[in-house]
Design a protein around this ligand. Sequence first.
Ligand SMILES: C[S@@+](CC[C@H](N)C(=O)[O-])C[C@H]1O[C@@H](n2cnc3c(N)ncnc32)[C@H](O)[C@@H]1O
Length: 252
Amino acid sequence: MDFRNCYEDDAYAAAYAKLEFPGTYYLAFRDLPGLLSRHVRGRRALDFGCGTGRSTRFLAKHGFQAVGVDVAAEMVDRAHTIDPTGDYRMVSDGDLREFEDACFDLILAAFTFDNVPTRTQKVALFRELRRLLRADGRMVNLVSAPEIYWHEWASFSTRDFPENRRARCGDPVRIVVTALEDRRPAVDVLWPDDAYRDVFAEAGLQVHDVHRPLGRPSEPYDWVSETTTAPWTIYVLGLQEGGAEGSGAVGC
Ligand SMILES: C[S@@+](CC[C@H](N)C(=O)[O-])C[C@H]1O[C@@H](n2cnc3c(N)ncnc32)[C@H](O)[C@@H]1O
C-alpha cells in the first residue's frame, strides 16, 4: 500500500498544534494517569510519535522526564515553538540509535501506530522500542479502535467514508477530526485487536493490561457514541519473558 503520513504537512501540523484534549480526545487521556501510576515505576519517558508535543507535555505534567520523537519535521517544529525548553527530536523512520538500550521506564505511543502501515513495519518499530525499555519498564500503546472509523463522535466524523466499514486489517481508513480547523481527513490504517496482539508477541512484548475508555453521561461533553462504544484501545505492555514468539495466525 502506498501510504503517506498525513502529518508531514505544514497546514495540518499548524491545525494539530492548536489541539488540546477536546471531547473524544479527553477520553483518550482521562484514564492515563491512573494506568501510569498502577503500572510504571520510574520517571524516564519516551513519547514515540510526539507530534506537536501534546502527549509529551501531558507526560511532563504528570511528573515524567519526557523526550518526544517524531518523523514529521512539520510537527516537531511546532512542538519546539509551543514549548521551547522541551526535548523534541526529529528521527528517521525506525532509527532510534541515539538512545541506549534499556534507558526508559515508560514509552508512550499515543495514536502513532494508527499511521504505521504494515505488519513488518509495526513489528520492527515495536522491537526497537522494546530495546529501549528497562527490564521492568512499560510501553503504553494508545490506538484507535476499529469502531472509531464506523461511527460519529463528539470530535470525529466518519459519515463521508462508508467504505471504512468494509475495510480489513491493513486497509486505509479515513476520519475527519471535527475539533480541527483543517477538515481534510486523516488517513489511518485499520488494525484490529487480534492483529495488535500478534504484532506484540512477534516483537517480544507481553500484554499486561488493556483499557477501553467509555464516556460517562455526567461528563461535560456532548457524547455521541462514546458512552456505549470505546473509540480508543490502550495497551499496557512489558517485556515478554523468554523472548519473542509471534503466532503468525493473523492474516495482515
Ligand atoms: C496523531 S499524531 C499524535 C501526536 C501526539 N502523540 C499526540 O497525542 O498529540 C501521530 C504522530 O505519529 C507520528 N509518526 C507516524 N509514524 C511514525 C514513526 N514511524 N516514527 C515516529 N513517529 C511517527 C506522525 O508523524 C504524527 O506526528
